[in-house]
Design a protein. Structure first.
Length: 189
Protein backbone atom coordinates (compact mmCIF):
# COMPACT_ATOMS: atom_id res chain seq x y z
CA UNK A 1 0.00 0.00 0.00
CA UNK A 2 1.54 3.36 -0.98
CA UNK A 3 2.07 5.64 2.02
CA UNK A 4 2.47 9.37 1.42
CA UNK A 5 5.13 11.10 3.46
CA UNK A 6 6.29 14.66 4.00
CA UNK A 7 9.63 16.27 4.65
CA UNK A 8 11.67 14.66 7.40
CA UNK A 9 12.13 16.38 10.75
CA UNK A 10 15.82 16.98 11.39
CA UNK A 11 16.35 16.45 15.12
CA UNK A 12 19.20 14.73 16.93
CA UNK A 13 16.97 12.05 18.49
CA UNK A 14 13.60 10.83 17.32
CA UNK A 15 11.30 7.90 17.85
CA UNK A 16 11.29 5.11 15.30
CA UNK A 17 9.11 5.80 12.27
CA UNK A 18 5.59 4.49 12.08
CA UNK A 19 2.53 4.81 9.87
CA UNK A 20 -0.87 5.79 11.25
CA UNK A 21 -3.81 4.54 9.21
CA UNK A 22 -7.54 5.08 9.66
CA UNK A 23 -9.11 1.83 8.50
CA UNK A 24 -12.46 0.13 8.45
CA UNK A 25 -13.53 -3.36 7.56
CA UNK A 26 -15.35 -3.68 4.25
CA UNK A 27 -19.05 -2.95 4.79
CA UNK A 28 -18.50 -1.54 8.29
CA UNK A 29 -18.97 2.07 9.39
CA UNK A 30 -16.62 1.69 12.36
CA UNK A 31 -13.25 3.35 11.73
CA UNK A 32 -10.21 2.24 13.70
CA UNK A 33 -6.92 4.08 13.96
CA UNK A 34 -4.00 1.68 13.53
CA UNK A 35 -0.36 2.48 14.28
CA UNK A 36 2.02 0.31 12.29
CA UNK A 37 5.69 0.44 13.33
CA UNK A 38 8.22 0.45 10.51
CA UNK A 39 11.50 -1.49 10.71
CA UNK A 40 14.19 0.37 12.64
CA UNK A 41 16.78 0.98 11.38
CA UNK A 42 15.20 1.52 7.97
CA UNK A 43 17.80 2.17 5.23
CA UNK A 44 15.29 3.76 2.81
CA UNK A 45 13.80 6.10 5.42
CA UNK A 46 17.29 6.90 6.75
CA UNK A 47 18.42 7.88 3.23
CA UNK A 48 15.31 10.03 2.66
CA UNK A 49 15.87 11.76 6.01
CA UNK A 50 19.56 12.41 5.23
CA UNK A 51 18.50 13.99 1.92
CA UNK A 52 15.87 16.18 3.59
CA UNK A 53 18.29 17.29 6.31
CA UNK A 54 21.08 18.07 3.80
CA UNK A 55 18.63 20.16 1.76
CA UNK A 56 17.55 21.99 4.92
CA UNK A 57 21.17 22.73 5.99
CA UNK A 58 22.09 23.94 2.49
CA UNK A 59 18.97 26.14 2.32
CA UNK A 60 19.91 27.82 5.59
CA UNK A 61 23.34 28.75 4.21
CA UNK A 62 23.05 29.38 0.48
CA UNK A 63 20.53 30.06 -2.27
CA UNK A 64 20.93 28.37 -5.63
CA UNK A 65 18.92 29.58 -8.62
CA UNK A 66 19.23 29.67 -12.36
CA UNK A 67 19.84 33.05 -13.97
CA UNK A 68 17.94 34.11 -17.07
CA UNK A 69 18.22 31.84 -20.09
CA UNK A 70 19.00 33.18 -23.57
CA UNK A 71 18.80 31.33 -26.87
CA UNK A 72 22.18 30.06 -28.09
CA UNK A 73 20.91 28.58 -31.36
CA UNK A 74 22.06 25.03 -32.05
CA UNK A 75 24.09 25.08 -28.80
CA UNK A 76 20.91 25.27 -26.69
CA UNK A 77 20.60 27.96 -24.03
CA UNK A 78 23.01 30.19 -22.16
CA UNK A 79 22.27 30.94 -18.55
CA UNK A 80 23.90 30.90 -15.16
CA UNK A 81 23.82 29.34 -11.74
CA UNK A 82 23.41 32.11 -9.18
CA UNK A 83 24.95 31.24 -5.81
CA UNK A 84 24.16 33.51 -2.87
CA UNK A 85 25.30 33.17 0.71
CA UNK A 86 22.55 33.75 3.29
CA UNK A 87 22.86 35.97 6.36
CA UNK A 88 22.73 32.83 8.55
CA UNK A 89 25.69 31.19 6.80
CA UNK A 90 29.02 30.69 8.50
CA UNK A 91 32.31 30.03 6.77
CA UNK A 92 32.85 29.28 3.11
CA UNK A 93 30.22 27.56 0.99
CA UNK A 94 31.40 25.76 -2.12
CA UNK A 95 29.42 24.32 -5.02
CA UNK A 96 31.54 21.42 -6.23
CA UNK A 97 29.35 20.10 -9.04
CA UNK A 98 26.12 20.76 -10.91
CA UNK A 99 24.59 17.78 -12.70
CA UNK A 100 22.25 17.70 -15.65
CA UNK A 101 19.81 14.83 -16.06
CA UNK A 102 18.53 12.36 -18.65
CA UNK A 103 16.88 15.12 -20.71
CA UNK A 104 19.12 18.14 -20.22
CA UNK A 105 22.90 18.41 -20.29
CA UNK A 106 24.34 21.30 -18.29
CA UNK A 107 27.84 22.49 -19.09
CA UNK A 108 29.68 24.74 -16.65
CA UNK A 109 33.33 25.82 -16.52
CA UNK A 110 35.69 22.91 -15.82
CA UNK A 111 36.92 23.99 -12.41
CA UNK A 112 36.70 22.77 -8.84
CA UNK A 113 35.05 24.22 -6.94
CA UNK A 114 32.52 25.45 -9.45
CA UNK A 115 31.64 28.33 -7.11
CA UNK A 116 32.71 29.57 -3.70
CA UNK A 117 31.00 32.21 -1.54
CA UNK A 118 32.26 33.83 1.65
CA UNK A 119 31.30 36.75 3.88
CA UNK A 120 33.61 38.97 1.78
CA UNK A 121 32.26 37.66 -1.56
CA UNK A 122 28.65 36.58 -0.79
CA UNK A 123 27.45 35.92 -4.33
CA UNK A 124 28.71 34.57 -7.63
CA UNK A 125 27.27 33.83 -11.05
CA UNK A 126 28.54 30.71 -12.85
CA UNK A 127 27.97 30.68 -16.64
CA UNK A 128 26.15 27.62 -18.00
CA UNK A 129 24.90 26.19 -21.24
CA UNK A 130 21.94 23.82 -21.37
CA UNK A 131 21.28 21.50 -24.28
CA UNK A 132 19.25 18.35 -24.91
CA UNK A 133 20.95 15.25 -23.54
CA UNK A 134 18.59 13.00 -25.49
CA UNK A 135 15.86 13.47 -28.06
CA UNK A 136 14.50 9.93 -28.30
CA UNK A 137 10.79 9.36 -27.70
CA UNK A 138 11.41 6.73 -25.02
CA UNK A 139 13.36 9.13 -22.81
CA UNK A 140 10.79 11.89 -23.32
CA UNK A 141 7.89 9.61 -22.41
CA UNK A 142 9.49 7.89 -19.42
CA UNK A 143 11.36 10.63 -17.53
CA UNK A 144 9.84 11.25 -14.11
CA UNK A 145 11.80 14.36 -13.06
CA UNK A 146 12.79 16.25 -16.22
CA UNK A 147 13.70 19.41 -14.33
CA UNK A 148 15.71 17.99 -11.42
CA UNK A 149 19.27 19.32 -11.40
CA UNK A 150 21.44 18.30 -8.45
CA UNK A 151 24.21 20.39 -6.93
CA UNK A 152 26.93 19.01 -4.65
CA UNK A 153 27.76 21.53 -1.93
CA UNK A 154 30.09 21.75 1.07
CA UNK A 155 29.42 24.02 4.03
CA UNK A 156 32.65 25.36 5.55
CA UNK A 157 34.70 22.35 4.44
CA UNK A 158 32.26 19.76 5.80
CA UNK A 159 30.78 16.70 4.14
CA UNK A 160 29.55 16.77 0.55
CA UNK A 161 25.81 17.43 0.55
CA UNK A 162 23.50 17.14 -2.43
CA UNK A 163 20.42 19.25 -3.13
CA UNK A 164 18.15 20.01 -6.05
CA UNK A 165 18.41 23.48 -7.59
CA UNK A 166 14.94 25.07 -7.63
CA UNK A 167 13.52 25.39 -11.16
CA UNK A 168 10.97 28.14 -11.79
CA UNK A 169 8.13 27.99 -14.30
CA UNK A 170 10.12 30.37 -16.52
CA UNK A 171 13.13 28.00 -16.36
CA UNK A 172 10.91 25.04 -17.29
CA UNK A 173 9.38 26.91 -20.22
CA UNK A 174 12.78 28.03 -21.56
CA UNK A 175 14.28 24.54 -21.24
CA UNK A 176 11.26 22.79 -22.75
CA UNK A 177 11.05 25.24 -25.65
CA UNK A 178 14.76 24.76 -26.39
CA UNK A 179 14.48 20.96 -26.21
CA UNK A 180 11.47 20.93 -28.55
CA UNK A 181 13.22 23.28 -31.01
CA UNK A 182 16.48 21.32 -31.17
CA UNK A 183 14.84 17.86 -31.07
CA UNK A 184 12.30 18.97 -33.71
CA UNK A 185 9.29 18.17 -31.51
CA UNK A 186 5.90 19.89 -31.68
CA UNK A 187 5.35 22.83 -29.32
CA UNK A 188 3.94 22.07 -25.88
CA UNK A 189 0.14 21.96 -25.97
Amino acid sequence: MPVPYGTGTCVSTAAASHVVVDARAEGSTVVERLTIPLPDPNPLLDRLLRTDCATQRIGQSVSLTFGPWTDAGASGLRGSLLVGRTAAATGTIQVLELDGNVMYALKAPARTPLASVTAAAPSVSVPLTASPARCDAHALAEIKKPFEFLATVTLDGGDKLVTAVPVTDADKKALDTMLRRICKLPPAG
